[in-house]
Write a protein that binds this ligand. Structure first.
Ligand code: GLU
Length: 560
C-alpha cells in the first residue's frame, strides 16, 4: 500500500532542497557529473598516493617521512605519487610556504610524479592541485548534497556554539553539533531565506545519518583493523566563506584525483569515521587508509613527539643547514619506516635505496623513535660511500651557501682539497668520521691554517722530541708507501731506545725513552698538532714539502 502522507512529505522536501541549493549557491551551475567527466577515472589499477601538506612554511621531518612513504608505496606498484597543496586555511599560510615544501621534497629526491611540481607549476590531468583554486568544485559537490537533503545551511553563531558547548559539558555529554543540539537541521526554506535577507552568515553542514551507538570498522594499512563509533556529528563541509573544511576537501579531491591509498598522520584516525561516512554519502569509492604514527624522540626515559618548537631536528631545513647528505636522511628515514631496511642495506651496500622493497605492513604501529646519535652513525656510513670527487662537490655546494671561507679555501685549489678528501677513502675499510659537511672545516683545518700549540705532544721530554724529529727527518721519504713508511718509523724508534709497545715501556720505564706509539704521536703532532688524524703517511704525502717544514718548525719549538 502506498503511504500517501509520507510520499507527499518527501515530494515537498525534495522540491525544497533544490530551491534551497539554488538559494545558497546560486552561481554554481556545474554538477558532480560534469566533474566526473572532466576528471577521468584512472584505469590502470596502479596505486595512487599523495602528499597533501598545508603551506605553513615548515616541512617537518614527519612530513618528509609521510611523503617518502607515500612515494615508495606508489613506486613499488609502478603507480603515481602526487603533491597537493592544502591551503584552505589562509590564516596559517606563509608566503614561501609552497616553494619551501617543493624545495624540501626535491632535496631529498621525494619528487612528485604529478601535481604541484614548482612555483605556480603543475603537471597532470587532475588539477588544479591547489585547493584554493578548486572552490567551485567543492561547492558543486556541496550543492548536490543539499539537493539530496544530505547537507543544510547552519546559521548558528559562535555565541550559540559556546552556549551548547558549556551545556554539553554540564550534562557531561560529548561536545559538538549533533542530535538534539542541531538547531538548524530542519529550518524551512522560508526561515533560511529570512536569515539570508537579514545578512546572517552560514556554513553548510552534513546531515549525518550516523548513530554513536553503531560501530564501524576499517582495515588500516599500518595499524590493522580499527573499530570506532559511527560519526553522528553534523560536521561543517563548507565554511561561511564558501571554503571547504579539510574533511570535505579530502573526500572530493582524493575521489576526483583517483587516490587509492591515503597515507597520513595518525592524528587523523579520529576523523576516519567522518571520512568514511562522507565518501559513502557522496557515492565515492573509499580509498585505503594508512595512518602513520608520529616520529618520536626519547626524553628523560620517556617518549614524546618530535616538536617543531623544542627540537631543531624536527625541521627539514636543519639537515640542509648542518650539511647532512640528503641520502643519509633518506637512509635513516627508511630504517625508521621498515625495520628490515638495515639488514637489506647490509646485504646490498652498493645499491641505491629506491630498490628496497618497501612494505607498509612493516611500518611500526607505535611510532618510530628518532635518535640523533643513531642518525649520525647512519650519516657517517653514508659518507663513506662517496668518492673524494663527490665529497668535494657536496662540500663546496654546501659551503657556498653556509660557510663562505671554507668554500674559498676548497675552490682555491680543488686538487689539493680532493687529495685531502681522498685520504682513507675508497678502500676496503673507508674511514667513518664525517657525518655532515659542517664538520669538514674542523676536520681539514690543519691542512690550511697551521698555528700549532704542541699541547698534544707526548710526555717524553722536549729533548727526546727534538732528537726523534731530527733523526726522523733524515729517513723520511715521501715516496714510501704506508708499509715502508711505518717500517722505517718503527725501526728508527727502536734504535733510538723506544719500547715496542706501551706495555713493554710500562714494565721498564727507566730503560726506554717511551714507546713506539709515543714516537709516532710526536711526528703526528708535529705535522698536524693533533693526536687523532687519518693516516699520517697519506697526510704527509698530501702536504708534500710542507710536512717537512712543519717538522723543522717543531724541532725549533723543542729546542726552546
Ligand atoms: N593537509 C593535511 C595535513 O597537513 C593533510 C592530511 C592528509 O594527508 O590527508 O595534515
Amino acid at each position: 500500500m502506498c503511504d500517501f502522507q509520507n510520499f507527499e512529505r518527501i515530494e515537498i522536501k525534495t522540491m525544497d532542497y533544490n530551491a534551497l541549493a539554488d538559494l545558497l549557491l546560486p552561481e554554481i551551475t556545474k554538477t558532480p557529473a560534469d566533474y566526473e567527466k572532466i576528471y577521468k577515472k584512472r584505469t590502470d589499477g596502479k596505486k595512487v598516493t599523495r602528499f597533501a601538506p598545508s603551506p605553513t612554511g615548515f616541512l617537518h621531518i614527519g612530513g618528509l617521512f609521510a611523503a617518502l612513504i607515500s612515494k615508495r608505496v606508489a613506486m613499488a606498484d609502478g603507480g603515481t605519487f602526487f603533491l597537493r597543496i592544502e591551503d584552505t586555511d589562509k590564516k596559517r599560510e606563509i608566503t614561501d610556504g609552497v616553494s619551501e615544501i617543493i624545495a624540501g621534497l626535491e632535496a631529498f629526491g621525494v619528487t612528485p610524479d604529478e601535481g604541484v611540481i614548482g612555483f605556480e607549476k603543475e603537471q597532470g590531468d587532475y588539477g588544479p592541485y591547489v585547493q584554493s583554486k578548486r572552490k567551485e568544485i567543492y561547492q558543486s559537490f556541496a550543492k548536490d548534497l543539499i539537493k539530496k537533503g544530505l547537507a543544510y545551511p547552519c546559521f548558528c553563531d559562535s555565541e550559540y556554539m559556546e552556549k551548547i558547548k558549556s551545556e554539553q559539558e554540564k550534562e557531561k555529554v560529548r561536545t559538538g553539533y549533533y542530535g538534539k543540539w542541531t538547531r538548524c537541521r530542519d529550518l524551512s526554506l522560508e526561515e533560511v531565506k529570512k536569515n539570508i535577507e537579514e545578512g546572517k552568515s552560514f556554513v553548510i553542514r552534513l546531515r549525518s545519518p550516523g548513530n554513536e551507538e553503531n560501530r564501524i570498522s576499517f582495515e588500516d594499512g599500518i595499524k590493522g583493523k580499527i573499530e570506532m563509533p559511527e560519526n553522528d556529528m553534523d560536521i561543517v563541509v563548507l565554511k561561511s566563506d564558501g571554503i571547504p573544511t579539510y574533511h570535505f576537501a579530502h573526500a572530493v579531491d582524493d575521489h576526483l584525483m583517483g587516490t587509492t591509498d591515503v597515507i597520513r598522520g595518525d592524528e587523523w584516525i579520529s576523523s576516519a569515521p567522518t571520512h568514511i561516512q562522507l565518501f559513502g554519502m557522496l557515492g565515492f569509492e573509499q580509498p585505503k587508509y594508512s595512518h602513520i604514527s608520529p616520529v618520536m624522540k626519547e626524553e628523560n626515559g620517556g617518549k614524546r613527539k618530535l616538536s617543531k618548537r623544542k627540537d631543531p631536528e624536527a625541521a627539514v631545513t636543519f639537515y640542509h643547514e648542518e650539511g647532512y647528505p640528503s641520502n643519509a636522511v633518506l637512509e635513516y628515514l627508511l630504517t625508521l619506516a621498515n625495520s628490515n631496511y638495515e639488514e637489506w642495506r647490509r646485504d646490498n651496500p652498493c645499491i641505491t635505496n629506491d630498490k628496497f622493497p618497501f612494505a607498509l605492513s612493516k611500518m611500526s604501529v607505535s611510532g618510530a623513535l628518532f635518535d640523533l646519535q643513531k642518525f649520525n652513525d647512519v650519516a657517517k656510513n653514508d659518507v663513506t660511500r662517496y668518492s673524494a670527487e663527490e665529497i668535494y662537490d657536496f662540500v663546496t655546494q654546501w659551503s657556498e651557501k653556509y660557510n663562505k671561507p671554507l668554500y674559498e679555501k676548497l675552490t682555491g685549489n680543488p686538487d689539493y682539497a680532493k687529495a685531502i678528501f681522498a685520504i682513507e677513502r675508497g678502500g676496503e675499510k673507508p674511514r667513518k668520521d664525517i657525518a655532515k659537511w659542517s664538520e669538514v672545516e674542523d676536520y681539514i683545518s690543519y691542512f690550511y691554517d697551521f698555528a700549532p700549540t704542541y699541547e698534544q705532544m707526548p710526555e717524553i721530554g722536549k729533548e727526546n722530541i727534538c732528537e726523534l724529529l731530527t733523526e726522523y727527518k733524515k729517513v723520511y721519504d715521501p715516496a714510501d708507501d704506508n708499509e715502508a713508511w711505518f717500517g722505517k718509523l718503527k725501526e728508527l724508534a727502536l734504535s733510538l731506545g723506544y719500547a715496542k709497545n706501551p706495555k713493554e715501556y710500562k714494565k721498564d720505564p727507566e730503560n726506554f725513552k717511551g714507546a713506539v706509539s709515543d714516537f709516532a704521536t710526536a711526528i703526528r703532532v708535529a705535522v698536524t698538532d693533533r693526536r687523532n688524524t687519518p693516516d699520517l703517511c697519506a697526510i704527509m704525502q698530501v702536504l708534500g714539502q710542507e710536512a717537512v717544514s712543519r717538522i723543522d718548525k717543531a724541532i725549533e719549538w723543542s729546542k726552546k
